[in-house]
Design a protein around this ligand. Structure first.
Ligand code: DHE
Length: 588
């Protein structure tokens, strides 16, 4: 029996090795049939000096897959269940089911719990955060039965995506020497907005003055964010399929000049901004495989892939899939600030010498997600969302300077910087899980007593907030609530007057953006404010389903009145908006 398993493994390994080498089995056999050459072969000294896993070899192992007493699942069901799992469950329980914000669902756990427990848990959820997939109607009884059986079987491991695959996906559509040496169009690039059209996998470039769509460009699947290079010439858009599209804004017509895939699932992209390194490198972080990739800034040529698998910052236990969340670019050192979600480490990745890569690992807090700089650009504040905290890094001194409890599930986007009339410069975050807005002091020099403390907690419209925004020229703080269950709240914005924050319970004005859009159908979720370059108007997306009308509503920052409504049949599911100037200068 043992011999048969071994034989099976060897054959399986051979098939995999052949597939990895891009060889069909017959071709591989034909190549190895030259026995004379094979006989001449001797193991090289290098070959003899390879690690031998003498301890691991004694490990007790079981055949992966179904146990004889597991309920049956067909291949077709297994495929469909995996699909549902990755879409709905993996975000919390991890791709490999080893746990993230949710519990581990490996077979040692699930088989102990048993089929009925799993079925009921999926159906009813739990107050600890598990959604009630059955009673909410999101999953049918049949699907829940299938998912409960699926969880009793070992999970499939998605493929890795190392340099050969990354390089194979890399395409330069227009080489650097065929690109212009100066701007060839009359666009006001600084006031151009790159707008995510989430469900069409496109971005719309919208002129800030005329508010007309200048161009629609195809990007990756479920495109997520855009970032702009330090010079403002290049724009990078990343899709959830980890495809990055590099757009040259200097061409006669803004054009995609290169593309690459850096993994299978990703959310973040950024470019080098340090003086002397402007536009030199780009970086992108993946959810799967857990890794980040440094690329050439003008061509996207991949230079370095770095895995983020490793130990959690606190218990120092191995985590097999710590995802890369937000990435920003330091203004104080040639470094990228890379947030590794599940291990809770913030990595300062120095890009001066990619062959002798220096990474400073800052132990922060688990479940790092999104964040931004304070007004000075020195301190970086990031939400450890499932821990209800914000971690603060001094990017000049390369160390953690604060860890503050804020509210339930902080979600700042890049946050908002205002000068508080009482506490001086503060950075703000709103929350997904409650109605509060936390203001954190960020000026250790002139207001040391307030630095890295929540100096004030404002009460907004409700939970379900994703983004908060202000501008150095604005006297307002804008808070969205697109995921609030109340339609009126999710389709409007709360605005606080900065000058009135000295009051005991500062009041806010509600802007009925959904109503102002003139759209009457759909959820009209109002999401992510973004200022224009001048800082005198703020744009909000009115985000409807793919087959419904959406819009962008522009608000006059002085009067808080509707200034314009951008409608176009190509504006399908607009969500994030990135003003070229504000994005490259980190103004928010
Ligand atoms: Fe985002 C930023 C991850 C869902 C719109 N989002 C980010 C960042 C991360 C992230 C890690 C920070 C990137 C950076 O700064 O480098 N987002 C995720 C998810 O994992 C999540 C929760 C679920 C998923 O499967 O993707 C998710 N995000 C969404 C949406 O549903 C949103 C609202 C609409 C959309 O277009 O997908 C959305 N995320 C955004 C936006 C930003 C963002 C607009 C950038 C905000 C900014 O001002 O910088």
């Amino acid at each position: 029996m043992g011999g048969m398993i071994r034989y099976g493994l060897i054959l399986g390994g051979l098939a995999l090795a052949m597939a990895g080498a891009g060889l069909a089995p017959t071709a591989a056999l034909a190549q190895s049939s030259d026995k004379a050459d094979v006989k001449k072969h001797q193991t090289s000294p290098g070959g003899q000096y390879q690690p031998s896993l003498d301890v691991l070899k004694d490990l007790g192992v079981q055949i992966p897959g179904r146990k004889p007493d597991d309920p049956l699942i067909s291949q077709q069901e297994f495929q469909r269940a995996t699909n549902i799992y990755f879409q709905r469950c993996a975000g919390c329980h991890g791709v490999l089911r080893k746990g993230a914000t949710g519990k581990a669902l490996t077979t040692d756990v699930t088989r102990e719990l048993g089929y009925e427990h799993l079925r009921d848990f999926i159906t009813y959820g739990s107050p600890a955060g598990m959604p009630n997939w059955g009673t909410s109607g999101d999953l049918s009884k049949q699907d829940i039965d299938m998912m409960a059986r699926y969880l009793l079987i070992d999970p499939p491991q998605p493929p890795e995506f190392g340099m050969p695959k990354i390089r194979a996906s890399w395409k330069v559509h227009i080489p650097v020497d065929q690109r212009p040496t100066k701007k060839m169009n009359d666009l006001d690039l600084d006031n151009l907005f790159s707008v995510t059209l989430r469900d069409t996998g496109e971005i719309a470039l919208i002129d800030g003055a005329s508010k007309k769509i200048v161009k629609i460009i195809k990007t990756g699947y479920a495109v997520h964010i855009s970032r702009t290079s330090a010079s403002g010439r290049y724009l990078f858009a990343i899709g959830r399929d980890a495809k990055i599209v590099l757009i040259d804004l200097w061409m006669k017509e803004a054009t995609a000049v290169a593309e690459i895939k850096i993994g299978s699932e990703a959310r973040s992209v950024e470019t080098s901004k340090m003086k002397g390194w402007e536009d030199k490198y780009a970086i992108a972080g993946a959810y799967w495989p857990p890794q980040f990739v440094i690329m050439d800034g003008a061509t996207l040529e991949p230079k370095k892939v770095v895995s983020t698998r490793g130990m959690t910052y606190d218990t120092q236990e191995y985590h097999p899939e710590p995802r890369v969340a937000a990435i920003v670019s330091s203004h104080y050192h040639p470094e990228f600030v890379v947030n590794v979600k599940e291990t809770g480490n913030i990595l300062l990745v120095n890009y001066e010498d990619l062959d002798n890569l220096k990474i400073t690992t800052i132990a922060a807090e688990r479940f790092l997600h999104d964040g931004g700089f304070d007004a000075s650009g020195r301190y970086y504040l990031v939400a450890a969302n499932a821990r209800n905290k914000v971690a603060i890094v001094d990017t000049k001194e390369s160390k953690l300077v604060g860890l503050v409890e804020t509210g339930t599930t902080p979600h700042p986007g890049r946050g908002a910087n205002i000068v508080h009339p009482k506490y001086g410069p503060v950075w703000a975050t709103s929350h997904l899980g409650d109605e509060t807005i936390a203001l954190i002091g960020t000026d250790p020099e002139n207001h040391p007593e307030h630095a890295w403390k929540v100096v004030q907690s404002l009460e907004g419209q409700g939970g379900g907030s994703l983004f908060i925004k202000s501008h150095p020229k604005s006297g307002h703080l804008y808070v969205d609530t697109p995921l609030n269950p109340e339609a009126e709240v999710s389709s409007s914005i709360a605005v606080f007057k900065v000058a009135e924050l000295t009051q005991d319970e500062p009041e806010y004005t509600v802007l009925p953006i959904g109503e102002w859009s003139g759209i009457s159908e759909g959820a009209r979720r109002v999401v992510q404010g973004e200022f224009n370059k001048a800082g005198d108007e703020i744009w909000f997306s009115v985000w409807n389903a793919k087959d419904q009308e959406s819009a962008i509503v522009v608000v006059d920052d002085k009067t808080l009145k509707k200034k314009a409504v951008i409608k176009d049949k190509r504006l399908i599911t607009p969500t994030g908006k990135f003003n070229v100037y504000n994005t490259r200068e980190d103004i928010y």
